[in-house]
Design a protein around this ligand. Structure first.
Ligand SMILES: Nc1ncnc2c1ncn2[C@@H]1O[C@H](COP(=O)(O)OP(=O)(O)OP(=O)(O)O)[C@@H](O)[C@H]1O
Length: 210
């Protein structure tokens, strides 16, 4: 069991308090929605969970069967899809995958793994083989972000509005993959403003936005 715990977390930017004395928990095997109005700090909370931001006070801790994850566990085992995630536009999808996954595994995907992965996220492997990402639509790029997360094998998924810019089929795909990840025992934290996505979650964390 993986348990992500925010205890008394406060986060300020430029003297402005975005998150104040906030405590909450998310568990593996579940999709936990992070909700709140625009600017309430949903993306900030996910970055705190990833260790990309540090709280000003309080703590953000991941425990697995009682043991606390160290920094390198967080780097290795946390994956994120976020609007400010960038892939390299001069590279193809496969070159991006090899680049990002190289940090984790140092082994490129086989042709079969690549084809399966692209099909799984709804990208035609042959059609995009030589295409640089700068020629992808925004939705195609979002699907590539999801592919990188899937291939990373991360045990904690931080999804920051992953359905944005995706068509209906794409949003269903994200929901399906998030559910599958939760069923496989991963911890899924999902920031959303969408009522349908919220309803798909097993639990929710609400930010008050002050
Ligand atoms: N690195 C930063 N430096 C300064 N201010 C920041 C930074 N990151 C976030 N903020 C501010 O913190 C507040 C919360 O932003 P955040 O993106 O976490 O909210 P959100 O709930 O995800 O918003 P939305 O629903 O619009 O995506 C905003 O006012 C934003 O401008």
């Amino acid at each position: 069991m993986i348990r992500l715990t925010f205890s008394g977390v406060t986060k300020c930017f430029d003297g402005r308090t975005i998150i104040r004395n906030f405590s909450a928990e998310a568990l593996s095997g579940q999709i936990t929605a992070v909700t709140g109005i625009n600017g309430s700090g949903k993306s900030t909370l996910l970055k705190l969970a990833a260790g990309l931001l540090l709280p000003d006070t309080g703590s953000v801790i991941v425990r697995e069967d009682g043991s606390v994850w160290r920094k390198n566990d967080r780097c290795r085992r946390v994956g994120m899809v976020a609007p400010d995630m960038h892939v390299y536009s001069e590279l193809t999808a496969r070159e991006n995958l090899d680049f990002f996954l190289g940090f984790r595994y140092n082994v490129p995907l086989s042709d079969r793994q690549y084809d399966e992965l692209m099909s799984r996220v709804g990208l035609q492997p042959d059609a995009i083989l030589k295409k640089r990402v700068r020629n992808f639509s925004t939705g195609m790029e979002k699907r590539l972000h999801l592919a990188i997360l899937l291939a990373s094998g991360a045990d904690v998924w931080l999804l920051d509005e992953p359905g944005a810019h995706l068509d209906r089929a794409g949003r269903c795909l994200v929901q399906r993959e998030a559910r599958r990840a939760a069923e496989e025992g991963k911890l899924v934290l999902w920031a959303t403003n969408d009522a349908e996505e919220e309803a798909e979650a097993d639990a929710s964390i609400a930010l008050s936005g002050r």
